[in-house]
Design a protein around this ligand. Structure first.
Ligand code: ADP
Length: 389
């Protein structure tokens, strides 16, 4: 990433320097030779193209003179420093920003030094992060430079992705470490003599198996999520008989539901058709119904129903404990759990809802949740109708 920014910065700087050179030449020509020659089509085509490039680019450009006053800037720089003024022209850099990193980078530029990789953060309502590169322009007779040019690259999105990536890695390591620690501990206990005791031996092996399965599920879910997010999952969308699909999912979940004393209810009318990738819709429903069972109470019910509208809605409703409202917003984030220990205990990975969310997005739909404490939760998959944009 840093390499790409560097290369782009170098390219931009060349373009910008050419632009300023062309501009100052044209201004000189204009004053010396009159307007006829400066308005030649070739000249206009060249300078207006550069002008358009500078105006249209997302990167902010700022040129200061030896007095640290702005002598040129583009709209992106104005937006960055002071969107309310018409021009930054003639303003002192200190009037535009109090950020010492920016000031010292431009100061170095005026001393004839190049600075790159200067990280600049804005603290307005919309926090943005920039990578600033400053180069000197023109030589002031061995006494530094005549001016300094700064290019501000918006790296907000990349930085955010980097934070998400780091959080994900640390979560994965943490999630894997817990079952692994249990496995090692029980193997050691067996090695230290528990093997002799048939009953403990069976119990410890069962714990080892449970933790190994947890690691297996976790790795499966991580791979699944990564491939969906990475765009490696191709949907094969077509008409799906929803009633039959829900019957199948309920049949697969029947043993689990019975073990928890939970009743599954398919409330879909037999002729309802939706447009989706059948296997992926099955995966979404399995996850939601599975959660409904897990977080249901004894004698609870998980009901699946359908509502038509501008989009098709498939609702999975339970009458379990419900989810406190402060958790709802983050519920579909990877590894987010209301009660981490309870989720783990039930073999959860904390990735199920993130997978459902991404599969719904892949269908150009979404998944939403409403919940009331003590009454239960409803998860809704919204799917666009075929041929709707
Ligand atoms: P998990 O593997 O923990 O089930 P999910 O991503 O499927 O991971 O769900 C994340 C969290 O959302 C769960 O740990 C639980 O706290 C909460 N949750 C999901 N579904 C329900 C539900 N039907 N009722 C109550 N809480 C739920």
């Amino acid at each position: 990433m840093v390499m790409v920014v560097e290369v782009l910065a170098a390219l931009l700087i060349v373009v910008v320097i050419v632009w300023f050179a062309t501009r100052s030449k044209s201004e000189k020509k204009h004053s010396l030779e009159g307007s006829e020659q400066t308005n030649s089509p070739e000249h206009l085509a060249g300078s207006s193209l550069l002008e358009a490039t500078m105006t249209g680019m997302r990167e902010g450009l700022l040129v200061v003179n030896r007095d640290m006053r702005v002598v040129a800037s583009n709209p992106a720089a104005r937006k960055l420093f002071n969107p309310s003024v018409a021009t930054l022209q003639s303003q002192r850099l200190t009037e535009l920003t109090r950020n010492p990193a920016i000031y010292s980078a431009f100061l170095d530029g005026l001393k004839g030094l190049e600075r790159s990789g200067v990280k600049v953060e804005t603290h307005g309502p919309e926090r943005q992060i920039f990578d600033l590169r400053v180069v000197p322009i023109g030589s002031a007779n061995g006494n530094g430079a005549e001016g300094a040019l700064g290019v501000f690259f918006d790296i907000t999105r990349t930085e955010r992705l980097e934070i998400v990536r780091q959080e994900f890695l640390s979560n994965v390591s943490h999630e894997l470490r817990t079952p692994l620690t249990a496995i090692i501990a029980f193997v050691e206990t067996l090695e230290n003599g528990a093997l002799e005791d048939q009953e403990s031996c069976q119990r410890f092996l069962a714990i080892i198996r449970k933790n190994a399965s947890r690691m297996h599920s976790l790795i499966d879910d991580i791979l699944e999520l990564t491939s969906i997010e990475g765009g490696n999952v191709q949907l094969r969308a077509g008409p799906v008989d929803l009633y039959t699909l829900v019957q199948d999912v309920c049949a697969s979940a029947a043993a689990k539901a019975a073990a928890q004393n939970v009743t599954l209810k398919n409330n879909i009318e037999p002729d309802v058709m939706v447009y989706a990738d059948e296997r992926r819709l099955e995966q979404m429903l399995t996850n939601l119904i599975d959660n409904g069972i897990k977080f249901s109470r004894e004698q609870g019910t998980v009901a699946i129903s359908y509502e038509s509208g501008t989009r098709d809605k498939i609702l999975v409703q339970d009458n379990g404990d419900g989810i406190p409202s402060q958790h709802l917003e983050r519920l579909f984030e990877r590894f987010y759990r209301v009660d981490r220990a309870r989720s783990r205990d039930m073999g959860g990975t904390g990735l199920g809802l993130a997978i459902v969310k991404h599969l719904a997005l892949l269908h150009r739909g979404e998944v939403t949740v409403t919940s009331e404490l003590g009454k239960g939760s409803t998860f809704t998959i919204h799917l666009p109708k075929p041929n709707s944009d």
